[in-house]
Design a protein around this ligand. Structure first.
Ligand SMILES: [Zn+2]
Ligand SMILES: [Zn+2]
Length: 229
């Protein structure tokens, strides 16, 4: 192993970790140097911050941090990769949200995922808007193309016509009790539903089960239409 290279990579990883933390603190409305030092697990966070600032990724004003354009792009990529990886674990491997750490340090090795792979995961998951912790996933090239060039393949259940079949791609509900109830009824990613009625309430059929859903809930179920042969 090339020592110099792995040392440089190590430093890049520490920079990535802090950029990710700064992004999260900004979401919480408080991206300051003090908060980075407080929240970071890196004992040399203060030093790394200086490195990041010197390399023009961030600037600070009275301790308040802002990203440069370059820094914003880099942090956005890290966050996107990370949150999509979480979504993948959650949807595909059915790993529970509680077990997916936030910030998911376990996922730090996701930096091996190239942009192309990240976009494939995003497309595969139907360009999900949030991670399992309900944090926003920054949009990628694939999402932009998807919304500009095509009619969305993945739509809320409420967009279906009566009689249409669709496969559930993901459910964006923030209520666990709801998700649990839905999954006990077979409303989970991958299952096929048919919309039976829209008024006065949504009714879907999956297998032999008929199920009434209010509009709010129906909107949270994102599906991909199954085109008739
Ligand atoms: Zn998350
Ligand atoms: Zn996408």
């Amino acid at each position: 192993m090339d020592y110099q290279r792995s040392k440089a990579q190590f430093e890049e990883d520490r920079i990535d970790e802090l950029l990710e933390l700064i992004w999260m603190l900004r979401e919480e409305g408080d991206a300051t140097i003090d908060n980075v030092k407080k929240r970071s697990e890196d004992p040399q966070a203060g030093h790394i911050i200086n490195v990041i600032e010197a390399s023009g990724l961030i600037s600070s004003d009275h301790g308040k941090i802002s990203f440069s354009e370059k820094g914003e792009k880099r942090a956005e990529r890290i966050i996107r990769r990370h949150r999509l990886a979480e979504r993948l674990l959650f949807e595909v491997f059915e790993i529970e949200e509680k077990q997916i750490e936030d910030p998911a340090c376990e996922l730090e090795h996701t930096h091996v995922l190239s942009e192309v792979v990240v976009d494939s995961i995003c497309t595969f998951l139907g360009h999900p808007p949030t991670c399992p912790h309900r944090k926003v996933i920054p949009r990628g090239e694939c999402c932009r193309k998807f919304s500009l060039e095509m009619k969305p393949l993945v739509v809320p259940l409420t967009e279906l016509q009566v009689g249409e079949d669709a496969r559930i791609v993901f459910i964006s509900s923030k209520y666990h009790a709801r998700l649990d109830r839905l999954s006990s009824l077979g409303i989970i990613p991958g299952s096929i539903v048919r919309l039976h009625q829209k008024q006065p309430t949504y009714v879907v059929k999956t297998g032999e089960t008929e199920l009434a859903l209010d509009r709010e809930l129906a909107k949270e179920i994102c599906v991909k239409k199954i085109m008739p042969e």
